[in-house]
Design a protein around this ligand. Structure first.
Ligand SMILES: [Fe+2]
Length: 251
C-alpha cells in the first residue's frame, strides 16, 4: 500500500455554520443545552457595533468535545459526498436541496461521535429535539447512528442541513437493548439507504422535520426576545431548558 506523508493525516478541526439571525441566538441557547457546554467551552464570541452604538453578536465558537484516541476507537476524519443520481424526471431530495438554494455545493450533515448514543438520544428527546429516524445500526461499519431534524425556523424553507450522532463499536448489551426498544424498525443493513429513503419521503411530502418543532422554536425565541447571545446567562439558559423539557415531555 502506498505510504502517505504524515502531513496528510487530517482531523476534524472545526465546522462552520452560517445561520440566519432568526436561528442564530436560538441555536446558541440550544447548543449550550444540547451539548452540555461549560463556560470554558465557549471559545470566543465576537461582536460588531452598529452606528448608534447597538452591539450585535457576529460569531461564536463552541468546543463540543475533546477525544483521546483509544485503540479500536480512533477518530477518523471522513468526507462523504452525494450527488443527485435520480433521472431528471424523478424526484430527488438531493437535487432539491441544491436547486432549491441555488447552490452548487452544500454541507448536508455533520456527524458527531459520542461514546453513549442511547444516553445522548434520551437526553435530547427529553429536551424536545426531533429526529427523522430511530437509532439505526450499520453492521458493515459496526456503528449505531441517528439523524436529527434539519436546522431551519418557522416560515423558512428546509435548509438541507442536519446532524448525525453516532457511536462506534457498540457493545452486545447495547445492541440487545436497542433491538428490544425498536423492534423491527431499527435494523437496516444499509443505513445510508435508510436515511436516503427517509429524506426522499420527507421532501416528496413537502413536510421536512426540523430539529426544533415550530412550537418549541417559537417558545424559545419568545423567551429570548431581543436579547443577544452574551445576555443569555445561566438563569436564562435554565429557563430555556425548562421550556425544552416541557416540550419533550409533551411530545
Ligand atoms: Fe453520515
Amino acid at each position: 500500500m502506498k505510504q502517505k506523508p504524515r502531513f496528510m493525516n487530517f482531523a476534524v478541526d472545526h465546522m462552520t455554520l452560517c445561520l440566519q439571525p432568526q436561528l442564530y441566538t436560538v441555536m446558541y441557547a440550544v447548543f449550550q443545552i444540547l451539548f452540555g457546554l461549560t463556560p470554558d467551552e465557549l471559545l470566543y464570541e465576537k461582536r460588531r457595533k452598529h452606528k448608534g452604538g447597538k452591539e450585535v453578536s457576529m460569531t461564536f465558537a463552541n468546543r463540543i468535545g475533546r477525544w483521546e484516541s483509544q485503540s479500536g476507537n480512533e477518530l477518523d476524519t471522513i468526507i462523504a459526498v452525494v450527488q443527485p443520481s435520480e433521472p431528471l424526471d424523478e424526484p430527488s431530495h438531493v437535487r432539491e436541496m441544491l436547486d432549491g438554494h441555488e447552490l452548487a455545493s452544500h454541507w448536508q450533515h455533520i456527524a458527531l461521535r459520542t461514546s453513549d448514543l442511547m444516553g445522548f438520544h434520551k437526553y435530547a428527546l427529553e429536551r424536545g429535539i426531533q429526529f427523522v429516524t430511530p437509532i439505526l445500526r450499520d453492521e458493515h461499519d459496526n456503528l449505531i447512528q441517528i439523524f436529527s431534524g434539519e436546522l431551519f425556523y418557522p416560515g423558512s424553507r428546509a435548509s438541507g442541513l442536519f446532524f448525525e450522532f453516532l457511536q462506534r463499536e457498540p457493545s452486545d448489551g447495547e445492541l440487545a437493548e436497542l433491538q428490544k426498544a425498536n423492534k423491527q424498525t431499527w435494523f437496516r443493513d444499509e443505513t445510508f439507504l435508510g436515511l436516503y429513503d427517509e429524506k426522499e419521503r420527507e421532501y416528496q411530502s413537502g413536510k421536512v422535520r426540523p430539529l426544533l418543532s415550530e412550537e418549541l422554536f417559537m417558545a424559545i425565541s419568545e423567551k429570548i426576545g431581543p436579547r443577544q447571545v452574551w445576555e443569555l446567562d445561566e438563569k436564562a439558559l435554565g429557563e430555556i431548558e425548562a421550556i425544552m423539557l416541557k416540550h419533550g415531555k409533551a411530545s
